[in-house]
Ligand binder design. Structure first.
Ligand code: NDP
Length: 261
């Protein structure tokens, strides 16, 4: 996707995958500082949170979310940003026409992606946020963080809490930000009986294109969106940070769809 964007823009550059062990991350960042032809990078699972302490400067969004997914090198000075939340919001608005202001939403999960989604929804004026996570303490601490950072009314619960059915029923948006669904044999990330017609169900997972959750949600008359748009838009924003120009999103989308097929 990024190489297609570089090629379409006529930029003599290359985007390559690096697999880095957690213990080797500080060394990898030091190596990036020393490279004269390094423009920037993405950081992905499971390093986004550790990257916060390894860059030289943070965007306000990366600092609030507590995770970095994009690094920009300015002469060896590493600037850490986070484009996941903005990518998610753009996908939500363009692909589903969903306007968060004044709405209630539920997020499944409390990891790096859930943090970016929660923060962006809080910033976009969502009125009430429910965070459900297997590890309840992480749901509670994310709810606390997002309500302090954005002023949204947020609550974190475990998936089996008796308050869940009534609270989920009040939500117009449900977002799956867990890794449940990556395997076709995974159960849906929430009991499908809690989904109601008209609800927008957004799954951050982009492979498979339709997770078990989305299939169940469709059967129940929900509007459904998968994570491909978010992946594209967070990447397009990163491209803009590295190069100072907007990429050809068409070229990137085509490459992405081919790569995921
Ligand atoms: P993390 O590892 O940081 O978080 C994983 C989350 O999933 C945690 O909340 C974890 O709960 C929960 N979880 C994992 N396994 C289970 C299970 N068996 N049952 C219930 N809950 C489970 O990952 P990320 O937040 O970085 O990514 C989450 C998902 O979002 C991934 O599928 C990733 O592919 C997708 N993603 C998509 C993007 C896009 O652009 N479309 C961008 C970023 C991520 P617990 O806290 O209890 O461990």
């Amino acid at each position: 996707m990024q190489n297609a964007g570089l090629q379409a823009a006529g930029i003599d550059g290359l985007y390559i995958p690096w697999r880095v062990k957690a213990a080797g991350l500080p060394t990898a960042f030091e190596a990036l500082r020393g490279m004269e032809n390094f423009g920037g990078a993405n950081v992905t699972l499971p390093h986004k949170e550790q990257a916060v302490s390894l860059v030289d400067e943070l965007s306000s969004e990366a600092a609030s979310v507590g995770a970095v997914n994009t690094i920009v090198s300015r002469g060896g000075h590493l600037f850490g940003a986070n484009t996941d939340g903005q990518g998610f919001l753009r996908s939500l608005q363009e692909e589903a026409g969903f306007v968060p202001r004044g709405q209630q939403a539920v997020i499944l999960g409390a990891g790096g992606a859930a943090r970016a989604v929660a923060w962006s929804l809080g910033e976009a004026g969502i009125s009430v946020l429910l965070i459900l996570n297997r590890t309840v303490e992480r749901a509670e601490s994310l709810a606390d963080l997002v309500s302090r950072a954005t002023g949204v009314s947020a609550v974190g619960l475990g998936p089996d809490d008796p308050r869940v059915p009534e609270r989920v029923a009040a939500c117009g948006l449900l977002v799956n930000a867990t890794s449940l669904g990556l395997s076709p044999s995974d159960p849906p990330a929430i009991d499908p009986v809690l989904l109601r017609p008209g609800m927008l169900v957004y799954d951050l997972i982009y492979r498979p294109r339709e997770t078990t959750l989305l299939l169940e949600a469709k059967k129940r008359g929900c509007q459904v969106v998968g994570g491909l748009g978010m992946l594209l838009y967070q990447g397009a924003l990163a491209f803009e940070l590295w190069t100072g120009q907007k990429p050809s999103e068409e070229a990137m989308r085509t490459a992405l769809i081919q790569a995921l097929a």
